[in-house]
Design a protein around this ligand. Structure first.
Ligand code: ZN
Length: 98
């Protein structure tokens, strides 16, 4: 099988979803798919260690990380909390001009 670098593309606007039944994964189309078009779906990772799964889909709706859609509101809060605390740290270590 040819390796691909695009397995995490367009997760927020997927053309498929998956179901696990009896230890098998089934991929279902959400719309008509053109021959040769890549199959995409949201992996739905939980929020533990979300920073290990950045999303590079480029969608305007993207939350920046691969996570289950129902977790996006909480994920946005976590991102904002981390951004705020990081800015606080940078403020403390940035030398003040005399
Ligand atoms: Zn994305």
């Amino acid at each position: 099988m040819k390796p691909t670098t695009s397995k995490y593309v367009l997760l927020e606007e997927p053309n498929c979803y998956y179901q696990v039944r009896e230890e098998r994964v089934f991929i279902h189309a959400l719309r008509d798919i053109i021959a040769g078009e890549e199959l995409t779906f949201n992996y739905g990772y939980d929020l533990d260690g979300f920073e290990e799964h950045p999303c590079r889909c480029g969608s305007a709706r993207c939350v920046g990380y691969i996570a289950a859609e129902e977790d996006w509101p909480r994920l946005r809060e976590l991102i904002e909390e981390r951004r705020s605390s990081r800015e606080g740290i940078e403020e403390k270590i940035t030398p003040k001009p005399f």
